[in-house]
Design a protein around this ligand. Structure first.
Ligand code: APR
Length: 246
């Protein structure tokens, strides 16, 4: 492990373009449940029952009760060492931080120019996509005053500004992530690498000649693809690499 971490630290130190893409595993140490790991959300709930437009159309109250629970959970959590180190790395020119996470702990840690592929738990938009309500607005209130929040523009239901299964990502975020796949080092941290298009960016980066690496608690479908797969907790491994960089 020491040799591998030194090798990765050397690559990161030498990189003029570094891209880091994170998943739920980076927030696990903060107490935010992952989706597919032990005790993960999708082990208790069916994603299609809660994180799809169909589910919202069927039962908006159920969907909002679930998101209200997640907001309350995340509100009681704090960024961990992994978030703090990535926030510092993100200040370095040529570094892009891309996340699948909707908890905004990277933002709370001070990350710069974060690419949020799947949206935010703390942003809402009009469920009816009224002209004014399509642009997300921030709402940090916990608890939310109404079980089902409404759009301040048209009075219709509001929904979390999160990309649900079956929905497209914002093209501008995809473009930024794709652009960042042209880099010297592409590092994924805490993702099971099964949800696309996010899981495809490391393949892109490899095709474009980047050194690719993965830090994850468990093996993933990307483990055999990347140049270096390091199994272990991000909040312990990133500080070691950071010290080597220092
Ligand atoms: N450090 C590093 N990795 C960890 C840690 C940790 N402390 N704890 C858990 N992991 C790993 C798990 O082994 C698992 O492979 O993090 C990964 C989390 O995987 P998922 O729960 O599938 O989360 P993620 O990859 O972010 O999911 C992608 O799927 O449900 C949708 O939109 C949702 O953004 C999410 C997307």
């Amino acid at each position: 492990m020491e040799t591998e971490l030194r090798a990765l630290a050397a690559r990161i130190a030498a990189a003029s373009r570094l891209t880091v893409m994170t998943g739920a595993g980076v927030s696990a140490a903060s107490g935010v449940p992952t989706f597919r790991g032990a005790g993960g959300l999708w082990r208790t709930y069916r994603a299609e029952d809660l994180a799809t437009p169909e589910a919202f159309a069927r039962d908006p109250r159920l969907v909002w009760e679930w998101y209200a629970w997640r907001r309350e959970k995340v509100a009681s959590c704090h960024p961990n060492a992994a978030h703090d180190i990535l926030a510092r790395w993100s200040q370095r020119p040529g570094t892009t931080l891309v996340t699948q996470n909707v908890d905004d702990l990277h933002l709370r840690a001070g990350s710069r120019d974060l690419v949020r592929l799947h949206g935010s738990l703390w942003e809402l938009r009009c469920a009816d996509a009224c002209a004014a309500g399509t642009r997300p607005w921030r709402d940090d209130r916990v608890p939310l005053p109404d079980v089902i929040p409404t759009c301040p523009h048209c009075g219709g239901y509001a929904r979390p500004a999160i990309v649900w299964f079956g929905e497209s990502l914002d093209g501008r975020d995809v473009d930024r992530a794709l652009d960042a796949a042209t880099c010297d080092v592409f590092l994924t941290v805490g993702t099971s690498a099964v949800v696309y298009p996010a899981a495809g960016f490391v393949h892109q980066a490899k095709r474009r000649g980047a050194f690719t690496a993965e830090i994850n608690m468990d093996e993933t479908p990307a483990s055999s693809l990347v140049d270096l797969s390091i199994l272990g907790p991000a909040e312990e491994i990133l500080p070691v690499i950071d010290n080597m960089l220092a």
